[in-house]
Design a protein around this ligand. Structure first.
Ligand SMILES: CC(=O)N[C@H]1[C@@H](OP(=O)(O)OP(=O)(O)OC[C@H]2O[C@@H](n3ccc(=O)[nH]c3=O)[C@H](O)[C@@H]2O)O[C@H](CO)[C@@H](O)[C@@H]1O
Length: 341
């Protein structure tokens, strides 16, 4: 009987949203949760005041991949010392199960799970191309779950039920949503402002998530254009915002991508071009190959392509999105984890 589970990982919203799904499921089952993340990145913002989590540790860890020379050595030493710290925690709490959702925040707690011999490591890889940490640690994992891998025991993504519950089949574009991922995307913000007046003339309403850094500028631009759009920097009510929209323009971060599918919302994806191994492009390409979305690289993003997409058969795409993902992936994954441990 597993009493306490460690959930680790984070950095950005995509990883943290999946961590949140696991925390929710474990909490419902009366299992104690220890969260181990980083003090750098968004981990504290998401979980610092979360009452579902029994113990929280935000360690001072940073990414190693883009560092060189002394910086790399210092980061590696830092991860090593934090790994020992986690290992001591595991002995204290008799930890036998660690769930990693990846990202640099996950490194020490994941390495510690490998060093503790009676501990099982489970990994959820969100993207179509495996992250560096998961590449390194997955061979030590008891199981790796991924929606892009045919060998995964559960292929559906851990999307929260709210996105399924508020889903509907779209008929006609009356409202458009622009989503920039957890941090916002200047290129999507600029594109939205470029097409806003035409959308307004067409009677199409605009919902726009800008990200924190670009919020004031975008809000003021809509004001200058005299357009009454629903503009916000970050919202906990994304399911509601999505359900109101009939079409979306979005980054192709994995969590957002599968939430859009669960909501049956036809989307034009504009992948973040600097994502590791171009994974956002390949995330969206899996849907594009099945004609379930529109896809354009940010350097090629054109108004013509966008308006053509708006005028296409979005009803058909919306219907076909119904079978692209099933609910309850998180509970299926947790069932497997508890059975194997
Ligand atoms: C720049 C970068 O490297 N981004 C990565 C990051 O994306 P990013 O952090 O943007 O992640 P995703 O798009 O996958 O997910 C964002 C999550 O935040 C939520 N949300 C977003 C906006 C908002 O206002 N409110 C809100 O709650 C969304 O509903 C979603 O659940 O992690 C993803 C999952 O590993 C990767 O696929 C992305 O490539």
């Amino acid at each position: 009987m597993i009493e306490t589970v460690v959930v680790t990982g984070g950095g950005t919203g995509g990883h943290l949203k999946v961590a949140d799904a696991f925390i929710d499921e474990l909490f419902k089952r009366g299992i104690n949760i220890i969260f181990i993340g980083s003090s750098n990145g968004q981990d504290k913002f998401w979980f610092e005041n979360d009452i579902r989590i029994k113990e929280k540790y935000f360690l001072d860890t940073k990414g190693v991949v883009n560092k060189k020379g002394f910086g790399k050595i210092a980061s590696l030493f830092n991860i090593f010392s934090k790994t020992i710290y986690c290992l001591n925690l595991y002995f204290k709490y008799k930890i036998k199960v660690v769930i990693s959702v990846g990202g640099f925040s996950a490194a020490p707690a994941t390495f510690a799970s490998i060093l503790k011999r009676d501990c099982n490591l489970y990994i959820h890889e969100q993207n179509s191309k495996m992250g560096k940490l998961n590449e390194l640690t997955s061979k030590f994992a008891t199981e790796v779950f991924s929606s892009f891998d045919d060998n995964s025991l559960v292929k559906d993504y851990p999307v929260s039920n709210e996105f399924f519950n508020s889903s509907r089949v779209r008929e006609k574009v009356k409202t458009i949503a622009f989503f920039g991922g957890s941090q916002g995307a200047v290129c999507i913000n600029d594109f939205a402002l470029k097409v806003a007046s035409k959308l307004n003339e067409m009677g199409i309403k605009i919902i726009h998530q800008t990200g924190k850094n670009d919020f004031e500028r975008v809000k003021n631009e809509y004001k200058r254009l005299n357009i009454n759009a629903d503009v916000f920097d970050f919202s906990k009510e994304i399911p509601l915002k999505m359900s109101k929209a009939d079409f979306a323009v979005s980054r192709a971060g994995a969590s957002t991508l599968w939430e859009l599918c669960a909501n049956h919302l036809p989307t034009l994806f504009v992948p973040y071009k600097y994502a590791a191994s171009d994974h956002q492009y390949y995330n969206a390409k899996v849907l594009k190959d099945k004609n379930l979305c529109f896809l354009q690289r940010e350097d090629e993003l054109s108004e013509d392509y966008f308006f053509e997409a708006l005028n296409s058969d979005i009803h058909k795409i919306s219907i076909e999105l119904i079978s692209s993902i099933n609910p309850n992936a998180t509970s299926q994954i947790v069932d497997i984890i508890l059975k194997k441990s």
